[in-house]
Structure formats: C-alpha cells, structure tokens
Design a protein around this ligand. Structure first.
Ligand SMILES: [Zn+2]
Length: 495
C-alpha cells in the first residue's frame, strides 16, 4: 500500500468533501466521552478532581476491592440526563451492565456501563452550518484509571519499560455520546465536536478541557464509492485529544482506506491509534465485538426509571444553549450563523457579557463587535472586571455619549486598571460635548456652508460625510459621529 502523508497544505484544503479522490466519500461517526463536572465519583464518595497527587482520591469501591458496593451519584445522573435533553434525546428508563475485560486500568476487571438500554436515546445536534447530526445514544459509565508508560519514546505500551497506574480517575462519571454516521468530512467532525463541547460547557456538564482528558473522542471511519448504499468495514481511531488531531486523523485514515481499495486490498476492522508526531494511524488490535465483553446486568444497582417531573425539573435548568444563543444574535444582527464574531460572542466566557448588554438595550451590532474584538483580546479577564462596566460603556456608545474609538479605549482602560467607566473616562480625558453644545456647533457649520446644505436637504445624501468631517474638525474629534448624524438629519427634516 502506498504511503499517504498528510501535509499541512493538503489539510488546509481538506475542509470540504474533496479531500478524497473523486468518486469516494467519507462515512464517519464519533464517540465522545465526557467526564462530568461532579464533586464526587460515580459510585463512591471520592473527590472528582483533575491533577491531584496520584492515588490519593481512592477507596475500596473505586479500587474494586472485594466486598465493596457501588452507590449511584444522583447528581451525575442528573447531569447525564441534562446532556440527553440538550441533545433533544429521549430520556428513558435504563439499567447498568458490567462490561468485562482484563486490563490494569480497571482493577475489578469489569467496567460499569450501560449497554442495550441507555439513559438517553435518539437525539441530534444541529451544527452552525445548519446540518443535523443524529445522536444514537448518550449513556452513563465509569471512567477507568490512567496508565502512564515509561521508557518508550511514544508514551505507548510498545517499547515501554514500566507502567504507572493512577486510580484517581477510576470511577469518575462519564457520559459517552455516540453519533450516527452522518459526518461527511473532517471539517464537519471538527464542527460537531466543537458545538458539542460548547453545549456541554454551557449546561455545566463538563469543563470541556480536551487537553486534560475531560473530553476524549474516538472516530469510526469508513469510506465508500459515492452512490453505494451499504457501509463498508470501519476502523475506530481511539483517544483523539484535540480538534487538530481529530481532523488530521480522519483525513489520513479515510485516504488510507481509499488507497487500500484502489490497490485491490481489503480493509480490516481494527482499532487504530493516531500518532500525532508522524501524522498517521497505526493498528492497535483487531476490533472487539460486543460479545467479547460478556455484558450482563449489574446486580448491585437497581434499574433507573426517571419520572416526567424529574425530567422537566432538569429541562428547566438547561439555560440558553449555544444554538439558541447563536440564533438570538443572528436574528438581532442579520448576520450569517457561521459568522466568526458570533461564534466568539457565544463562547462560555464571553456570552454573559453579551447577554447582559442585550438585556440592557445595547445595539446588538455594538454588543457583538465589542465582545468579539475588544473583550476577546483582553481575555483572560481579571475576575474583578465587572459585567456592569462592560454594559455601561456599551450603553454610552449606543446612546451616542461616547464614540466607538472612545468606547474601545475605555474598555481597555477599565479592564487594565479595574476602575469604573466614569473613572476611566476621566483618566483618559474623554469629554463629550453636550447635545446642546453639539447642536450649536452643527448649526454654525451649516451657516458657513449654505450651498452644500441646500443640496443636502434636497436629497444629496452623500454630503452627510462632508458635514460630519467639518464638525469633527471644529470639535477636534470630540463629537460623537452618530449624534452628529442624528442632529444633521433632524435639522434637514425641519429644512
Ligand atoms: Zn472511591
């Protein structure tokens, strides 16, 4: 089989469906594991926290010692159901199963998971592009311990001399979100994970930190000739821990499979590993089937039967989802749903500012622009930076009290010095002419230019710029452009 190296240039071109040879298409489904943001683990009272000293947050239950019994964490179940609701899935009666396998990351030799009857089934996620990706299921399970291989070059078991195991992660609550094979390009996979991540963060289910492993993605990749209906053999790429790896790995794997078919070879169902350094996927093992895990119902946990009341209570806690935030801004602005400014403005850190500004009656265009440009460039914001300061400055700009340039300087001063907008205005020497003073100035300029004024009121609207320029010059730039235009138009109407 020919070597397929994926260069950055090629990747830049891989956004659409043309990253494969003509006549071939990608069929891709993603499994996203998200660690839930709970205080304690799924079946014991151990703390659920990232970065603690190894093996300090453990007990007989999460170490799988004989005689220990699981007790279900109610909050974890609530968050799991909220994920289902946010994905428009059906939250249903379900049970836990034991998934049996022998591996040091799971000391009791089975993982408690959900198998044929998951908590959430049959939902979907709408991407910013408008495409709907089906969600087959979102089920609850416990995380495994974390193994670190030492002595090798790749950090993998191959070539390693020793392995260290940290059971702090063992028993951390996870939800596995399984999409339908609706994803048709690497770029669409990136968009899906990004939107899912924003949704999980918005509802408080996850911190969404891929680099800390709280969001891990497996990609099921197959290819087929365009027009062929049955799915061909798929390979699963495990543990993609960044959006960049996701895009590169899917691109590489799909091309590898097409290459194999074109060479008359077969594709074997495999679990594969993405090697970020060399930019290729490598076979880990031939894929297990469900029967290899000898699933059976977990006898130490009762079946779950969520009531309508419980589900509706959780629905009311969801808040505004990223898709709803986007729709609200897009409607207010008349912008495209995939506009970059909108994407920045709905992000978890910045949206509270935009929302407060909109609620206070700020012009949506100003709210989104100041957030996506000025505020985003000031992140991470000092926790002392108050939302009300941002709103106040933008309200002054909306009402014409300060110009856009002045508003931008005030925002950066307020964020830097953590002083109120009024103090920042004083410190920067920003003074605005009162409406009366400004009207007087405008009238003077009109009197000095009677011919142009006559043409302006007779419909030569391009002369507006002429007057604004004159007035700005007279006031040394202290006048607010919008207020000047308003006064000009008022006077023109009166003749
Ligand atoms: Zn424990």
């Amino acid at each position: 089989m020919a070597n397929i190296e994926v260069s950055p240039d090629e990747l830049a071109l891989s956004g659409g469906s043309e990253f494969l040879p003509k006549g071939w298409e990608l069929v891709c489904g993603l499994e996203v594991h998200t660690e839930l943001k709970t205080k304690t683990k799924l079946f014991c009272g151990c703390e659920n926290v990232f970065g603690a000293q190894a093996n300090t947050n453990v007990c007989p239950t999460c170490l799988g010692l004989p005689g220990s019994l699981p007790v279900l964490n109610e909050r974890a179940l609530e968050i799991a159901a909220m994920i289902g609701l946010a994905l428009s899935a059906k939250v249903q009666a379900s049970i836990f199963h034991r998934k049996n396998y022998f591996y040091p990351d799971m000391p009791k030799d089975f993982q408690i998971s959900q198998y044929d009857i998951p908590l959430n089934a049959d939902g979907y996620l709408v991407l910013p592009s408008g495409k709907r990706i089906g969600i087959e299921r979102a089920h609850v399970e416990e995380d495994t311990g974390k193994i670190t291989h030492l002595g090798g070059t790749s950090g993998r078991i191959h070539g390693a001399e020793r392995a260290l195991i940290d059971y702090n992660r063992s028993g951390v609550p996870l939800v596995e979100i399984v999409s339908r094979p609706d994803i048709a390009s690497p770029e669409e996979a990136r968009e899906y994970v990004s939107e899912l991540r924003s949704t999980l963060v918005a509802i408080g289910a996850s911190d969404g930190k891929m680099e800390e492993g709280s969001l891990r993605v497996d990609a099921n990749v197959s290819v087929r000739p365009v027009g062929e209906v049955p799915f061909r053999t798929r390979c699963e790429i495990k543990n993609l821990n960044s959006l960049r790896s996701l895009v590169r790995a899917i691109t590489f794997e799909a091309r590898r499979q097409v290459d194999a078919y074109l060479a008359g070879e077969k594709v074997t169902q495999q679990t594969r590993h993405w090697d970020e350094n060399v930019g290729r996927t490598v076979a880990l093992r031939n894929k297990e089937e469900a029967e290899d895990y000898r699933y059976f119902p977990e006898p130490d946990l009762v079946p779950l039967r969520p009531s309508e009341e419980w589900i509706e209570g959780l629905r009311s806690q969801l808040g505004e989802l990223p898709s709803e935030r986007r729709a609200r801004l897009v409607a207010g602005l008349g912008l495209s749903a995939t506009n970059d400014q909108v994407e920045t403005a709905i992000s978890v850190d910045l949206y509270p500012f935009v929302k407060s500004a909109l609620d206070a009656g700020v012009d949506p265009k100003i709210a989104v622009a100041r957030c996506a440009n000025e505020l985003a460039s000031l992140t991470p914001l000092d926790p002392g930076f108050e939302v009300s300061w941002f709103v106040e400055i933008l309200r002054m700009e909306t009402e014409g009290g300060v110009s856009a340039t002045q508003a931008k300087s005030m925002l950066s001063e307020v964020a830097k010095s953590l002083i109120s907008p009024k103090d920042a205005q004083e410190k920067l020497g920003i003074s605005q002419l009162s409406e009366d003073q400004l009207t007087g100035t405008v009238q003077e300029v009109i009197q000095q230019n009677p011919a142009e004024w006559g043409r302006f009121i007779n419909g030569e609207s391009q002369l507006q710029g002429f007057f604004v320029g004159k007035i700005m010059k007279v006031t040394s730039g202290k006048a607010d452009g919008k207020a000047v235009v308003r006064i000009l138009r008022n006077l023109a109407e009166r003749g």
